[in-house]
Design a binder for this molecule. Structure first.
Ligand code: NAG
Ligand code: NAG
Length: 214
């Protein structure tokens, strides 16, 4: 009798233990969000702008190979339609694809796959610039969580609309891509924006591309 009570207590203790969620990856994610969000009235020392940016960039690093190269966290190729938001990597995996770019913003779209692409051919967006723009969007999104995308200013001086989705919401590493090839109406860096369309509004800025001819 006594030993069965002890046994039950042990069982209860063991199952209660199982309810504790180990403080692992989630805690570090929260920590990064906290660094990005903490304002002047937050508790403890206010993170510097560099610390906030680093926390946002750390989040991008987890999705970088997916977003830019279509590779998973272990470096394995994902299906050709996954990630690969840079034109060169997408075309390599999808040689038959065709689409259209906006030659002002250098943002492109593949209608058949509804794929949003950064033109990363020479003189357009470098992979480092894409990383910077996504980091901007992550910073802004974490400060102002919303389903909407955020306006980012490119090095060429264009405002564009960039969407970030955290890993918690897409069941993977998270992702980042442009939300439309046009400049959002009246948006300043950090504002939220709606999708700006898949074709250049100004006909003079439309340029077709064929992956096979890149
Ligand atoms: C195309 O993709 C964008 C971005 O993922 C999404 O918002 C939109 O709903 C998609 N459109 C269609 C027709 O699936
Ligand atoms: C959004 O990011 C931009 C950099 O593109 C930064 O200048 C701005 O302060 C950020 N805005 C907010 C609300 O975080």
């Amino acid at each position: 009798m006594k030993s069965s009570i002890v046994f039950s207590i042990l069982l209860i203790a063991a199952s209660a233990n199982a309810l504790y969620i180990p403080a692992g990856a989630d805690a570090s994610m929260d920590r990064r969000d906290e660094i990005i969000r903490r304002g002047k009235d937050g508790k403890g020392p206010t993170p510097t702008a560099e610390e906030k940016r680093k926390a946002a960039n750390d989040k991008f690093q987890e999705m970088k190979s997916h977003v830019l190269h279509g590779k998973d966290a272990k470096g394995k190729d994902e299906a050709p339609d996954k990630g690969r938001h840079a034109l060169t990597a997408y075309c390599k995996a999808n040689p038959k694809a065709t689409g259209q770019c906006n030659t002002k913003t250098n943002l492109c779209h593949v209608p058949d796959a509804n794929k949003s692409l950064w033109d990363d051919r020479p003189g357009k967006h470098t992979l480092q610039q894409i990383e910077n723009h996504c980091t901007d969007a992550i910073l802004n999104h974490t400060k102002n969580p919303t389903n909407k995308a955020h306006v980012v200013k490119t090095d060429a001086g264009h405002h564009i609309c960039v969407k970030y989705i955290s890993g918690e919401n897409n069941g993977g590493t998270g992702t980042c891509y442009h939300a439309g090839v046009n400049v959002p109406e009246g948006g300043l860096a950090g504002d939220t924006c709606d999708h700006t369309g898949n074709t250049a509004i100004d006909k003079a800025d439309r340029a077709d591309f064929k992956c096979s001819a890149l």
